[in-house]
Design a binder for this molecule. Structure first.
Ligand SMILES: Nc1nc2c(ncn2[C@@H]2O[C@H](COP(=O)(O)OP(=O)(O)OP(=O)(O)O)[C@@H](O)[C@H]2O)c(=O)[nH]1
Ligand SMILES: [Mg+2]
Length: 492
């Protein structure tokens, strides 16, 4: 995957660093600088900022999700209950472990908890943002200056932001921020691309946030309005213009020099108080107007996460049922090809991918293909594997492995047997993975299946599993005496 540069949206990184450095070096002696000098610095820095300012960003397309309702939350809980029922049914026929029984019990309990949570009065807030932006400082200030004065119970925690939560994960709603009602996303003014992508994604999955620009004390007052306007422009592309507030959770102290009447200079350090009034106001307003909606949205996300967990458990159980079936067909394919060697490319059509295997797997995943459909999919898969070059590649690799064992290679049909078994396995595992993600029963998404095939195939190649696999296939098809030789012949 291409690495995305951390491109600042607002201000060129260098320009801003220069500005901050400039500021840092002047702020301690601000008091003694004349008004003209200050003006000069401000004009110069603004110039740097304007010059470095990138052209406006192309508007991002964001799917806005509808405002959460209690009905939507109830529906999400119902959907969860249905999938738990499906899981319970799925394990009825098998000898389920204690672990699975516990997991199912916990899921049932979650349905009850979530239903009660629809009326929840307490609120939870998570502060996130990149390292060092002032998350912990803000959490402390909020606790002492806002939460303690609030009649409601409010929990606040802080977690460092990780953009991989949402970029690496196709189910973006499964992230550590999901269980919280509100996200306070802290930056220090320079909104970088990955932060914006994060906010954009949070919007699409219905996670409410306030973007907090902290450390405003590091900027000159004249710069702040323009920067705010620019961030708001960016936020308006995700309908979140109103979600920006500026604060200084712990402004730096400043050194003040006073000229005494006798001509001496008296220096003192002046501490500045935290400035979070805009945030407090925003939070109060949010609590007053949207508290219930925040709770419903969280309930929806939690129900959705639990539903995905339920699905994962079910798929794990199904997979455990699928593997022995795939293995069974694998040995059949090997034996058939061994007894009846055909050119490698014909393997697929004859033995490797069996329509009946597809029917059996589809039954495990509740997609019940007819034999006719199974055969049709078998042909499609065979064509796909040929097209993707998997047949050629695996034949080559397996031949190399077999050649390192002269005895087995001599045995006619060995390469066909091993290839047939291997391709059956790759096809079977891929299908199982495909079915696991599928809800639509009768349509096969070739593109998606192709991607899974390639992934399963390359995983098997990487994991060094081919050598033991070859040995396993050979021990299944060769008579007893030859088996001994296979084992004892050292690899060349
Ligand atoms: N100038 C200035 N400094 C601040 C402000 N808020 C926090 N800081 C400083 O920024 C530094 C980092 O603050 P933390 O609260 O530890 O930041 P954090 O995001 O929790 O950091 P990590 O946990 O390391 O990711 C500390 O030195 C704070 O004093 C502010 O408003 N202005
Ligand atoms: Mg911290």
């Amino acid at each position: 995957m291409a690495v995305k540069l951390q491109r600042p949206i607002l201000v060129g990184g260098i320009g801003l660093s220069l500005l901050l450095w400039l500021l840092d070096s002047v702020q301690h002696s601000v008091a003694e600088l004349g008004g003209t000098t200050m003006l000069g610095i401000m004009v110069a820095s603004l110039g740097v900022w304007l010059l470095k300012r990138p052209k406006s960003l192309p508007p991002q397309k964001v799917n806005m999700i509808p405002s959460p309702t209690k009905e939507a939350a109830e529906e999400a809980i119902e959907l969860l209950a249905t999938s738990i029922d499906q899981l319970s049914l799925g394990v009825e026929s098998i000898n389920k472990s204690e672990k699975i029984s516990n997991e199912i019990n916990q899921l049932h309990q979650q349905v009850i908890t979530l239903t009660q949570e629809l009326e929840r009065q307490d609120l939870s807030i998570v502060i996130t943002g990149n390292k060092g932006v002032g998350k912990t400082t803000l959490a402390e200030i909020l606790k002492s200056q806002w939460i303690s004065k609030n009649s409601r119970k409010i929990e606040v925690i802080d977690i460092t932001w990780d953009s991989q939560w949402i970029t690496k994960n196709e189910n973006a709603q499964v992230n550590p921020l999901s269980p919280y009602d509100l996200i306070l996303f802290v930056t220090t003014g320079d909104l970088i691309d990955s932060e914006f992508q994060g906010l954009s994604k949070l919007t699409t999955i219905g996670q409410r946030f306030i973007l907090i620009w902290n450390k405003q004390d590091l900027y000159l007052p004249g710069q702040i309005p323009q920067i705010i306007q620019k961030i708001k422009e960016t936020l308006s592309t995700i309908n979140s213009k109103e979600n920006l507030v500026g604060i200084s959770a712990r402004p730096s102290s400043i050194k003040v020099r006073k000229y005494q009447q006798d001509g001496t200079i008296q220096e003192s350090i002046e501490e500045r108080l935290p400035e979070i009034s805009e945030l407090r106001e925003k939070l109060n307003q949010l609590l007053e107007q949207e508290r219930e909606k925040l709770v419903w949205a969280t309930t929806i996300r939690k129900a959705e996460m639990a539903r995905l967990e339920t699905k994962n458990i079910l798929n794990k159980i199904r997979r455990e049922q699928a593997v022995p079936i795939i293995e069974q067909y694998q040995w059949i394919a090997a034996a058939t090809a061994f007894a009846n060697p055909v050119p490698a490319l014909d393997l697929l059509a004859t033995a490797a991918i069996n329509g009946q295997l597809i029917v059996d797997l589809s039954a495990i995943y509740e997609q019940k293909f007819s034999l006719e459909k199974g055969k049709e999919v078998a042909v499609t898969m065979a064509e796909l594997m040929l097209k993707l070059g998997l047949v050629e590649l695996s034949t080559k690799t397996l031949t190399t492995i077999l050649k390192s064992n002269s005895v087995t290679f001599v045995a006619g049909g060995a390469i066909q047997a091993v290839s047939a078994a291997y391709l059956t396995r790759v096809a079977g595992i891929s299908l199982a993975e495909y079915f696991a993600t599928q809800t639509d029963t009768n349509y096969v998404n070739i593109e998606k299946l192709g991607k899974i095939l390639q992934r399963v195939f390359s995983q098997a190649q990487e994991n060094n599993l081919l050598k033991p696999f070859v040995t396993q296939v050979m021990s299944h098809i060769l008579p007893q005496e030859e088996k001994l030789e296979v084992v004892s012949t050292p690899a060349k």
